[in-house]
Design a protein around this ligand. Structure first.
Ligand code: SF4
Ligand code: SF4
Length: 472
């Protein structure tokens, strides 16, 4: 049987003007080179975009013809047929050592009990869907300011509504997940979904119905839209004005629907008495948190380099704090923050609302970031020890019925716990070791990124304040 061909790019609309790749914050090509780049990509030739795309959606948002140039990158990636590199085991729930099963070995009892309570797919009209990465920081949904939310439901068995997988161009898997979601929501009789991860809400309302023929009979609302409405209706009453300057990080999928979600998040923070200082790349030109940088080659170092670039931009605003409304971006940028030794406070909008309502957010982000470093360390140890584990793999078929996910093997559980205990201990959590980690992290990612850009013939950053600026 031949593989199905997916065609999402609208070649009939494209004028080959090159505006997309001239605006791409990772290519920044001069106009003539941008025109050749898009032509080469359309004609199946070599392309820099295939090497450096961070899946940020800027080109789609800025294409004057709505042709979908990013989808052209995805189409080419979708033809990669060598299996997924081993790093992808971390974000594939059907693999035993994925981040969700590993984290359950490290989570406190209150979070485990939350996750357990959310794993209930009995019939229900209205639900709040947890989200792939809300499950990494589940304590955010424990907040009292979310009283009144519909029943919270979800698990990693939904594969994040295929959002991550779509971004790698693994379209066959996206189709399988779409069929699973259709069946589940139909059986549950869901009529409304409040998406705790608004990016997943965008996948449910835009990507799966328009590109994969999903038949969903429910409306989707982002958690932030729900939150803003509660504030406007005074069902949540802030006790005080926060009086902070904040910078806002916009995620890739927030660039869809004319950036409506970006404005909703800004309305929330302004309502709480915060002044916004925009970062250099913002709204439809926002940089990726770093996560999308792995889509091209599945390299952790690409996530680190790209995430560090974003974190530096947020720091350079001089704001008191950064607001990050996507839980995936929040988790990645916190990971970068702890290894880079940054002191910029990072908040989810729910946490800002909590603060304004006189509550103290649980803010376990940094602890969770060290947990995640333990999980990644275990993965790297396994790669070093086992040639079989290092090999690319084919993800298991995702059936329409939800099937039980594999348990974390006992050896991995023990090792992950021991590594986490080490990272949380005073042996690592002291000023000297943290300063050394930060120093080596910055040196490694800066030199990696500079070498990579030179190899690809890309522009080195020209502003002196940029982390990758290399004098001389
Ligand atoms: S995809 Fe859009 S921006 Fe890019 S060349 Fe075609 S028309 Fe121009
Ligand atoms: S999605 Fe972003 S990184 Fe990828 S080609 Fe488009 S603008 Fe560039």
């Amino acid at each position: 049987m031949t593989a199905k061909t997916f065609r999402f790019f609208r070649e009939d609309l494209c004028t080959r003007c090159g505006d997309c790749f001239a605006a791409c914050p990772y290519l920044e090509l001069p106009p003539e080179e941008a025109k050749s780049e898009i032509s080469s990509l359309i004609d199946g030739g070599s392309s820099l975009a295939l090497e450096v795309c961070n899946t940020c959606h800027t080109c789609d948002a800025l294409c004057p013809e709505n042709a979908g140039p990013y989808e052209l990158v995805l189409e080419r990636w979708s033809k990669r047929d060598q299996g997924l590199p081993t790093t992808a085991r971390l974000v594939t729930p059907s693999e035993p050592c994925n981040i969700w099963s590993s984290l359950k070995a490290l989570m406190p009892a209150d979070e485990l009990s939350l996750l357990h309570s959310w794993d209930d797919f009995s019939p229900c009209d209205e639900i709040c869907l947890t989200g792939f990465y809300t499950s990494v920081v589940p304590y955010i949904l424990q907040s009292k300011v979310l009283k009144g939310l519909p029943k919270i439901v979800g698990s990693e068995a939904l594969f994040g509504c295929a959002g991550d997988i779509y971004k790698t161009g693994s379209f066959t898997m996206v189709e399988q997940i779409t069929r699973r979601l259709e069946k589940l929501f139909k059986e549950m009789g869901v009529k409304k979904v409040v998406a705790s991860m608004s990016a997943e809400g965008m996948v449910l309302s835009e990507i799966l119905p328009r590109r994969f023929g999903a038949k969903f009979a429910f409306e989707v609302e982002a958690l932030e839209t729900w939150l803003l409405r509660r504030l406007q209706e005074e069902k949540i009453k802030p006790l005080e004005s926060l009086d902070l300057t904040v910078t806002v990080h916009d995620n890739c999928l927030s660039k869809m629907q004319e950036g409506r979600l970006q404005e909703i998040n800004r309305k929330i923070v302004r309502r709480l008495g915060c002044e916004i200082i925009e970062p250099r790349h913002t709204r439809e030109r926002s940089l990726c948190c770093g996560f999308g940088a792995a889509a091209a080659h599945y390299r952790v170092i690409d996530i680190m380099a790209s995430g560090y670039r974003r974190l530096k931009e947020l720091e350079e605003t001089g704001a008191d704090a950064a607001v990050i409304y996507c839980p995936a971006c929040l988790f990645i940028l916190t990971l970068i923050k702890v290894v880079a030794g940054s002191s910029l406070p990072l908040y989810h909008p729910v946490e800002l609302v909590e603060m304004a309502a006189g509550e103290k957010p649980l803010q376990r982000h940094e602890r969770r970031a060290w947990d995640m470093i333990a999980i990644i360390s275990n993965h790297l140890l396994k790669c070093a020890a086992s040639p079989a584990y290092r090999r690319p793999f084919k993800p298991a078929y995702i059936a329409p019925e939800i099937t039980p996910l594999p348990e974390l093997p006992r050896g991995d559980r023990r090792r992950t716990k021991a590594l986490a205990a080490f990272y949380h201990s005073p042996l690592v959590q002291n000023r000297l070791v943290r300063a050394l980690i930060s120093f080596f992290f910055k040196r490694i990612v800066s030199s990696y990124d500079t070498r990579r850009k030179r190899r690809l013939g890309l522009k080195l950053e020209s502003t002196p304040e940029h982390p990758f600026h290399q004098p001389g």
